[in-house]
Design a protein. Structure first.
Length: 257
């Protein structure tokens, strides 16, 4: 694969399959299937809550949460609907989706901060020695009425230390964050073997009630500017410095020169 083609992979399905190639990383990947009627019913019976996501999409756009309790229900954006039968749900779901390919992903019951779910973005970049380095981590809290945490979808970035403080203290919290940073590094190193052209990867990690991390998504063109939302700018400056070192945000003049 050429360098230009390798810099981004749009398909979430392709990126999921890359992770599944690695025995160590596989255990952190939620159960994922291509969207169709049979798979949706099977996944709802197995997991009770799933996310339906466009295979190509960003910033949480088009993500739908589907649940099976005493009734079937789904939520897209701030709109929630319920149905007495699976067929009713499936018919309505197909009308609400755009005409593109979707995935079904096992729903993770994420940790919360002030009754709002949150997940984590881990930034891993090539340094000056062309070695992978985890350069940033940040928590993303969902809007109270939304199901996604993305900053561009009303999510609120906050320091991870604050979000984890209800669950872990002192050294345990530090060690846990280090383990997440290492997981990010492992994912980047694995991607390097399959797609050698990458210089930056952003990994979205969700943590369940047992504090197990789950890889929700791998972003191959991650936005460094989310780290500018932190009051302490040191992480942002480092991420931005590495991004520029990897050839991003170079002005047109410099490119021409």
């Amino acid at each position: 694969m050429s360098m230009n083609r390798a810099r981004t992979i749009g398909s979430k399905w392709v990126k999921t399959k890359v992770l599944l190639l690695n025995k160590e990383l596989r255990k952190f990947v939620p159960d994922t299937k291509i969207y169709n009627q049979t798979n949706l019913l099977a996944m709802l019976n197995k997991h009770k809550m799933v996310y339906v996501k466009p295979t190509n999409g960003s910033a949480g756009h088009g993500v739908i949460r589907v649940e099976k309790r005493d009734k079937y229900s789904f939520q897209s954006g701030q709109t929630a609907r319920s149905f007495p039968t699976f067929l009713g749900l499936y018919t309505a779901l197909n009308k609400s989706k755009l005409n593109r390919t979707y995935l079904i992903q096992q729903g993770i019951h994420l940790l919360t901060h002030q009754n709002r779910i949150f997940d984590i973005r881990i930034m891993v970049q090539k340094n000056a020695k062309r070695a992978w380095e985890t350069t940033g981590y940040i928590g993303r809290v969902a809007h109270p009425r939304k199901i996604v945490t993305n900053f561009h979808n009303s999510g609120k970035p906050l320091p991870l230390e604050i979000l984890l403080s209800s669950y872990l203290k002192n050294e345990k919290k530090k060690d846990y964050i280090k383990s997440l940073q290492h997981l990010g590094y492992q994912i980047a190193a694995h991607y390097q073997k399959v797609y050698p052209g990458f210089k930056e990867i952003g990994i979205d990690i969700g943590i369940d009630k047992n504090l197990k991390p789950w890889v929700l998504e791998v972003n191959t063109a991650p936005d460094p500017f989310i780290f500018n939302q932190l009051k302490d700018k040191r992480m942002f400056f480092k991420v931005l410095r590495f991004a520029r070192g990897n050839g991003r945000f170079i002005s047109a003049k410099r490119k021409q020169g």
